[in-house]
Write a protein that binds this ligand. Structure first.
Ligand code: HEM
Length: 53
């Protein structure tokens, strides 16, 4: 994002470093979610997700 790559030019001037890290964190979360199990969900959130304990 900062330096550009191939057809993707640098977004350094358009996206703040803070937002670039937010985007990176979002990509990482998407990657993790691909193979996530209920065990990866924090316990208090898990109950909401599963509908019961
Ligand atoms: C601010 C967020 C981003 C924007 C607005 C953006 C935008 C773009 C655009 C416009 C292209 C060119 C597409 C084309 O010509 O076909 C591109 C290509 C690409 N982007 Fe991004 N991108 C962003 C973030 C990312 C991130 C986070 C990654 C990696 C995790 C990434 C990886 C790539 C790759 C690998 C290409 C293809 C480069 C090539 O092979 O020529 N981009 N992106």
């Amino acid at each position: 994002m900062t330096n550009g790559f191939g057809n993707m030019y640098s977004y350094a001037a358009r996206v703040t470093p803070e937002d670039r890290w937010r985007i990176a964190a979002y990509i990482r979360a998407l990657q993790l979610s691909e193979h996530a199990t209920p065990a990866d969900v924090p316990e208090d959130e898990r109950e909401k997700l599963m509908g019961q304990k």
